[in-house]
Ligand binder design. Structure first.
Ligand code: TXA
Ligand code: MG
Length: 310
């Protein structure tokens, strides 16, 4: 199942699907311009066709082959944050299949920072459509083992590039004229682009990004956001920073970052959720992070992963 980058490029050229590492999460890649290859990605993930994929490139030049009418601010963001955890949603060119964009007239494009990812794109010779390499609505993978668990028998190979340094999915930004609109929070934060006068979509209702469903990124164990005043039997705690006074009442406690660092917490988020999910707990409680920097992106993922709020 684990294959080299040369083998991965060969499989992709033959219309196959391969999981590849990026700095955010592992992606399940296919030739973005080949509708049949892309359809295999939807099938393997059991992802609905209305949910569009991100197209990955290895050089800034490749953007012109995918998108038209690129706002000046989009170009500015690309120059500043690419390669990196930023996805830009732009009007698409005709050669990008409707299936790749979920029928939308826009295409989401990202240049990943992880060298292996860009090497594979170069070797393949075409842009790669790659959603996170997990079953639809489940936890995103931040290691090759996570991919193997969920998609092992369903795909043509996995390239093991170690753990993902950032650990949560890219920031997705669309445009209204020149105004950047953050559809999905990530490691490129609003604070970092405030000189452009960005806007944020609130959670839930009317989001223009079809994949931002309320339920997403979910472990099998019911997850609750916030701390219970009385801890039910066989509960797990996903903590951040100093432990709460009642932490001894939890059957398992994992800490996103003992020193309370949101960047470290993002890198650990999915790995620790996978781990908590493996203990056979009745419930997982996750703390809410301070609403600054990557804290917003982590709270966004946790609130969608949660089956209930308290
Ligand atoms: O970090 C990432 O973005 C990872 C790695 C593999 O690059 N990919 C990823 O893909 O998270 P996925 O498919 O799990 O999430 C893509 C998100 C979805 O919420 C989707 O709805 C949104 O991007 N999206 C894609 N194309 C769009 C478009 N044309 N307009 C609005 N939203 C779009
Ligand atoms: Mg995903």
């Amino acid at each position: 199942m684990y294959i080299s980058i040369d083998k991965a490029a060969e499989v992709l050229k033959g219309g196959g699907i391969v999981a590849i590492p990026t700095e955010t999460v592992y992606g399940l890649a296919a030739n973005a311009l080949d509708e049949i290859a892309v359809s295999k990605v939807f099938a393997a993930k059991e992802r609905p066709f209305f949910d569009p994929l991100i197209v990955h490139i290895s050089e800034l030049d490749e953007l012109e082959n995918l998108a038209v009418e690129i706002p000046k601010n989009a170009r500015g963001l690309a120059e500043k944050f690419w390669p990196g955890p930023l996805t830009l949603v732009l009007p698409k060119r005709k050669n990008v299949p409707d299936l790749t964009t979920g029928g939308l007239q826009t295409v989401a494009v990202r240049m990943p920072k992880k060298q292996i990812a860009r090497d594979i794109i170069k070797l393949a010779g075409f842009p790669l459509a790659a959603p996170s390499a997990n079953m639809f609505q489940h936890l995103s993978p931040t290691s090759a083992e996570h991919v193997l668990e969920q998609l092992g028998g369903r795909i043509d190979g996995i390239v093991d590039g170690g753990v993902c340094e950032v650990g949560i999915e890219s920031t997705v930004i669309g445009f209204e004229g020149e105004t950047p609109v953050i559809y999905r929070p990530g490691a490129v934060t609003g604070e970092m682009i405030k000189d452009m006068g960005y806007r944020e979509w609130g959670m839930g209702g009317g989001n223009p990004s079809p994949g931002l469903l309320d339920k997403h990124y979910s472990p099998g164990t019911p997850l609750f956001l916030g701390l219970p005043s009385e801890v039910p039997q066989n509960s797990g705690l996903l903590a951040f920073g100093e432990l709460p006074a009642n932490s001894a009442a939890f059957a398992k406690v994992l800490n996103l970052s003992e020193r309370g660092d949101a960047t470290e917490a993002a890198a650990n988020l999915y790995r620790l959720l996978h781990e908590l999910d493996s203990f056979g707990l009745n419930r997982i409680f996750a703390v809410i992070l301070p609403k600054e920097g990557l804290g917003n992106a982590i709270n966004d993922r946790l609130s969608r992963a949660g089956t209930a709020k308290i």
